[in-house]
Design a protein around this ligand. Sequence first.
Ligand SMILES: Cc1cc2nc3c(=O)[nH]c(=O)nc-3n(C[C@H](O)[C@H](O)[C@H](O)COP(=O)(O)OP(=O)(O)OC[C@H]3O[C@@H](n4cnc5c(N)ncnc54)[C@H](O)[C@@H]3O)c2cc1C
Length: 420
Amino acid sequence: MPATTQPDLDQFRDEVVTFLDANATPKEAEKAFEWGEGEDEVSLFEEVDRQTELAQLAEAKTFRAARYDAGLGWIGGPSQYGGRELPNAYDRLYTQLEGRYAVPAQGFFGIGLGMVAPTILAHATDEVRDAYLAKLYRGDLVACQLFSEPGAGSDLAGLQTRADRDGDEWILNGQKVWTSGAHYSDIGEVICRTDPDQPKHKGLTGFVVDMHAPGVEVRPLRQMTGGASFNEVFFTDVRVHDSHRLGDVNQGWTVALTTLMNERASIGAGGGGGSGLGNVTRLTEMVRHYRMDDDPLTRQELMKVYIGFQVAKFTNQRAMDKIKAGQLPGPEMSIAKLSLTQNLWRSANFVAGVLGPRVAADSGEWGTFAWARFLCGVPGLRVAGGTDEVMKNIVGERVLGLPKDPGIDATTPFRELRVN
Ligand SMILES: Cc1cc2nc3c(=O)[nH]c(=O)nc-3n(C[C@H](O)[C@H](O)[C@H](O)COP(=O)(O)OP(=O)(O)OC[C@H]3O[C@@H](n4cnc5c(N)ncnc54)[C@H](O)[C@@H]3O)c2cc1C
């Protein structure tokens, strides 16, 4: 159980360094980037075969458990549910110090800790908070987000998966899609329609569902990058106890918004989508290698990429400061998400222009075909967590004050609407 007394930052630093020294390896000093040397992999999604993925998950869980047992697993969380209740500065310090060590990939926990756990904390019963929060932060359980359906993505409130009450339980039937990590998740946050006679945003309810329950079927979807990190999930007469309801009956839209707000904050905080492109060194060296550094148009495009990442970095910093100061993230998160994907898209086009056919055929040449997975991955990020067009709508309406999208019908019962 984590300690509840508050150390000062220096004591905390010692505590973290002692933990990291015992459980991780310090990273070697980073060498200056040299074209043709080292790893040339540049992808946005971590995509490995299932066996490797399971081995990585086991390693990630072991590290997460050790971190939690050392009192560092949920630094800002309430002690009642296993957190340490320390201010944000301690969390930031941990992240900064951990960055100096090679630790097992922690992406498996991104959705659970970035979106589902905050929603459980905000909307679940005490029973569910007690049952899941500490286990999620310890890495004993992994969670996924079951929102999108074949007919409901941007228009999430159009979802049709049903939950019908049966005494103390609910019975779930329907299909979700694009569920990242469902194949290794233990629980999921699901939004279902509980009253089709209400307008579409009003008859929804959120639940925590056991992904191992009878009637839950997970089918992987192959992406154009070659990986299969997301899935279709089918529910057939899946029983969920009423204690696992999130928020009030038919108030699921509020629950979904809590999760979505946290989702955009998580993606925006990523800044460069793990691509490490922000400092454009890799692109500059590529241009030099192919002797295009005298070409004015190439130089101009390269500078546009650089400037885009720099502007996004500062906008992002502003949004993060607002969150850290305890304010709710607003349209800044949509701007951060949109500028990230626009910058990645501009980078992808730039790379394709410099490399030409080398990016499409695997000739074995260093640093060329390796970009193919990046190029194929960018469209996925332009869609995940709210598409570019939806982000533009939000920025248009809430920042620029343009007229609202006429799409929302707040009065007609869902049953009477035309559905996709
Ligand atoms: C990598 C990845 C991971 C994902 N992981 C998850 C997950 O874990 N859980 C989950 O629930 N979902 C997940 N999703 C799904 C994601 O949330 C949806 O794909 C997204 O919300 C878009 O919905 P859609 O695919 O149905 O497209 P649609 O909403 O059908 O959009 C189709 C096109 O129409 C445009 N469009 C739609 N509405 C408007 C509008 N009002 N104005 C202007 N243009 C519009 C869109 O921009 C898009 O170009 C993931 C998606 C990706 C790509």
